[in-house]
Ligand binder design. Sequence first.
Ligand code: ARG
Length: 583
Amino acid sequence: MKTITQILTQIVSDAFEECGYERTLGTVFVSDRMDLCQFQCNGSFQAAKLHKKAPFIIAEEIKNVIEKNPAFLKVEVAKPGFINMTMTDGYLIELLGKIISDEHLGIPQNEKNETIVIDYGGPNVAKPLHIGHLRSAIIGESLKRLARECGYNVISDVHLGDWGLQIGLVIAELEERNPDWTCFSPDFADGEVPELNADMLNEIYPFASQKSKTDEVFKEKAHQATFELQSGRPGYIAVWKEILRVSIADLKENYSKLDVDFDLWYGESDADKYIDELVQILTDKKLLHESEGAMVVDVELETDKAPMPPVIIKKSDNSSIYATTDLATIIQRNRDFSPQKIWYVVDKRQDLHFTQVFRCAKKAELVPEDTELELLGFGTMNGSDGKPYKTRDGGVMKLSDLIETVTNAAAEKLRSSEFVSEQDHEEIAKRVGIAAVKFGDLINHRSKDYIFDIDKFLSFEGKTGTYLLYTITRINSIIRKTNSEDTDIKVDMLYTDAERELILSILLTGDVFRHAIDEKAPNYICDNAYKLAAVFSKFYHDNHILGETDENKKRNWISLIAFTRKLILKHLDILAIEPVENM
Ligand code: ARG
């Protein structure tokens, strides 16, 4: 369905047209002074310039037309030409009824059936999942859910880093430790590989990485192993498959703790089979040329202010790099899904890489010209010192350790709650902790850096995940006390100001979603969830639902809070935050 400002814009645009002005001037906004009016239109100013008339006169003309519409309680012209509008309660209730019965809860739907591929997560196989990958997972998951909720067909791909030097390092180290393994014999064709496990990988990668920094011979071995793996040496492919098996199982377990999941578990290695084709296309289009031994494509534009180096497709030893696999992956995605958009949720410091890749992809026509290729870059999560978050001993924190830390902090906080039973304590603490971390992240625009502050994130007040989960439990408890859990949600009367404010916040939610999806920014969803919760609190404070003796009033109020709960839960679901029944 249309959002409330879209509906009003249509009415006011009709009026502009009827009075002989351009329709496009009828855009209606929500007012930032709710005490004066609910909605505003400023089109008279532009009309005044175009038609050489006073804005005030034009505004009056529009007012005279729209006033006849019974949906408006009040239309006023404020000097020098603002049109201020307030709707009748009956109209607000009518719209609310439509939203209540809408299967999408009033969230506007993409009607073109467009497809989006979202690339997020991006963990590197054989390396432990760390905080750097946390933001990508959290933001990407919520963008995926947001886009789905807005009617897009969305495919999520984790795009594993599974083809790079980190694998070569692990293979080289395994070979040094276990020279007798048959897979390391040069004539290995196929057969069993000894079983590995996550603890082994967690130990071996940092060890090998450190060793390569001081041991030149080992470093060369790791490069050689990477090269031979990529050239298809059977024994290395067999160990690599075992590394992938263990690593993916571990990743899936970690992601599931965060409620993050992917449709596709493709990796950089899956792009390998498209690389020859990529090179062929670039050659045919005469885009590829040699530079210092490497094969590159120029992507510089005349308008560039900063230097834009060419993108390297093949290094001098004929090996592929990060850009090569990303370009080849674009061929695969376009072929498999013909998406209208491909979004990459990656650290914004990779901006140059993606600019090069996107320009090259467009130049080579790997996708149609109007396919949107966009980096949704994010900032860093910092510690209280303003530097990227580290463990106490200065190391990079593993994601599993972070989850443990926040769960413990939440458990401590909930210790005194009479509503949390001993047996539920652990599960509730986990959900509250994860909600705190996710909301603390998503409330910031994704491109911003932010400070990880668990005490602030766990606060029961302000814009926090804890406050939202708590609000849900309050509504649960009220509804439980009135024994109306299964009653139909139906609002047919509006009695008080706080109620009107709550209804308006619900009606404006569709516009918030429109904004959030247009800007690909889940922080609007966070803000709106908070707003709904805060307005609910005010409503509940002003209206004593439990003690209300007027049955009709009470039924309306219960319906209203039941729907508010449904809508807040929808927001939380988009943020991939799980609610709790009590806390
Ligand atoms: N594995 C990469 C990293 O850890 C992120 C991958 C992002 N996605 C992509 N298509 N390049 O930095």
